[in-house]
Design a protein around this ligand. Structure first.
Ligand SMILES: *[C@@H]1O[C@H](CO)[C@@H](O)[C@H](O)[C@H]1NC(C)=O
Length: 508
């Protein structure tokens, strides 16, 4: 799940101003609400294909039957379904690379507005797929909605972070993640057979994703563009002033403007590091390895196997109402997202990540044991349910939020955008691999499928234990110095301003 972008710029801003706190205005509330409708939709599409899997597979089967005059064989069906689930991540990956360009070119607000075209197109394709007797329409629709989600999960935290006053930035930033998990939960509830998860209504369930888009388009004209964008990127001081006045409700905004001037100055001081430079330069090699492996630990933990396939997992675990267990997992996820928001501010990142990975590993092993003894002990189906709830809870404690935190903390302003792009690409790629491979793996391995994740989790646990530094409360210089203690690296000081001098020195 591509969550956690929002916390990235949070901590380093906390030392800025304490006095002159503007209150929460209705414009600010409206703007944040309007923006996170995008996050809600992103979550909705992560959760929506879980409950109605069986019903939509019947549609695939019927479509195949009508075209080929024979019913679909199981492996083709599994492949088509896995593709429909996982192609979402391909769209997300492609689009996550465009976030930077689009947000500079169109502005934050207009970029979100324009992305909705993808949501409408994707929603329409999926909603009309039954009428059109087509599974290609669902696959294409999932791709487009994935692209939308990739854009939104970068743009919304950016917009929300930039319109929030400094002292509220952290709190408002978490709303993106909250809206996302609420979106997953809403999708799981609406997917109930009593609601929209039926043979007749599933097109509505998939097409409903256009509703938040429509509401967002209706409300956005009343929201101001980000003042930081107007001033720092576009250099339009008068417009930035006007936007700040609306957001703060105060006629005098000189102080906020001064703060942005300072930010612009700081940004100009440190030059941007390009993707190629990031990959070539040896100083970044160790932190980049840590950043990438942590992203892998998030996705290859198997969490999206739960979010995409939990209903079918619960069904094979012998639960009579698997959909309710899926909703339970969604509720646990939402609850622990809130818990983690508090934990992350207080405990060390490394500790939380280790606890999360260890806990998930324990739950995965429990899950396997429960499935193995299912025949003999029927109560084991409940043990497996609790194990999955625990799996989700531990995920939100560590591997959910921490990897994004650490990426942002390992790199200073200059290389950070490139590092986040690399991390994002790895994240979406692994998301795709898990979405694509899980159902086939589960068919082949049976109960042992969770042992694969347990083994991966063990590997990530060991990596984190030996290689990941604690980043909480340390500056970039201190963290960089920690990495340089390993012998292969340069042995003199690297300050952010001199990082560029090292670039290109070592061509592999
Ligand atoms: C496809 O539908 C046919 C006829 O309804 C059924 O016999 C067959 O088992 C179905 N195949 C799969 C893989 O579900």
């Amino acid at each position: 799940m591509p969550t956690g972008f929002q916390q990235i710029s949070r901590e380093e801003d906390e030392d800025v101003k304490q006095e002159a706190r503007p209150g929460v205005t209705s414009t600010l509330v409206l703007s944040v609400f309007t923006a996170v409708l995008g996050s809600l939709q992103c979550g909705y599409n992560i959760g929506v294909i879980n409950a109605p899997q069986k019903i939509i597979e019947q549609h695939y089967n019927a479509t195949w039957l009508a075209r080929h005059n024979s019913s679909i064989d199981l492996s083709t069906l599994t492949t088509l379904w896995s593709l429909s689930v996982a192609i979402f991540s391909i769209g997300g990956m492609a689009a996550s690379f465009l976030v930077g360009v689009v947000s500079e070119w169109l502005g934050r607000k207009r970029a979100i507005i324009v992305s909705n075209a993808l949501a409408f197109l994707g929603g329409a394709l999926m909603g009309l797929a039954k009428l059109g007797c087509s599974y290609e329409m669902i696959i294409l629709g999932r791709f487009l909605i994935g692209a939308y989600s990739g854009l939104v999960s970068g743009l919304v935290p950016m917009y929300v972070g930039e319109i929030s006053p400094t002292h509220l930035r952290g709190a408002l930033g978490t709303l993106h993640q909250l809206a996302l998990v609420i979106g997953i939960l809403v999708a799981q509830v609406l997917g109930l057979e009593a609601l929209l998860g039926t043979g007749q209504l599933w097109p509505l369930l998939l097409g409903l994703t256009v509703a938040p888009s429509a509401l967002q388009l209706l409300l956005f004209p009343f929201c101001p563009e980000s003042p930081r964008y107007l001033y720092i990127v576009r250099n339009r001081e008068a417009k930035a002033r006007e936007s700040l006045r609306r957001l703060t409700g105060q006629p005098e905004v000189g102080e906020a403007l001064a703060e942005m001037k300072e930010e612009k100055r700081r940004m100009d001081m440190e030059r941007k590091v390009s993707l190629a430079q990031l990959l070539r330069c040896r100083v970044y090699r160790q932190p980049l390895l840590v950043a990438v492996v942590l992203q892998l630990s998030q996705q290859l933990s198997g969490i999206n196997a739960i979010f995409y396939y939990s209903t079918s997992i619960f069904e094979s675990a012998g639960l009579e109402q698997p959909v309710f267990a899926t909703i339970g997992a969604g509720a646990v996820n939402a609850a622990f997202t809130v818990v983690s928001l508090f934990l992350v501010e207080r405990a060390g990142r490394r500790t939380l990540h280790l606890v999360g990975l260890g806990g998930m590993m324990g739950c995965a092993v429990t899950m396997t044991v429960a499935l193995l003894y299912l025949e003999r002990v029927p109560a084991m189906s409940y043990v497996s349910m609790v194990a999955i709830f625990g799996f989700v809870a531990f995920f939100e404690v560590g591997p959910g939020p921490i990897p994004w935190f650490i990426v942002a903390e390992l790199f200073s302003q200059g290389p950070r955008p490139a590092a986040i792009a690399v991390a994002g690409a790895c994240n979406w790629t692994c998301n795709f691999i898990v979405g694509m491979a899980f159902q086939s793996l589960a068919d082949v391995c049976g109960p042992y499928v969770f042992l694969i994740f347990a083994a991966l989790l063990l590997a990530f646990f060991l990596f984190t234990y030996f290689k990941v530094p604690e980043t909480r409360g340390r500056t970039f210089d201190q963290i960089a110095a920690g990495f340089r203690r390993t012998p292969s690296l340069l042995d003199h000081e690297v300050k952010p301003s001199t990082e560029l001098e090292y670039l290109g020195q070592d061509n592999p």
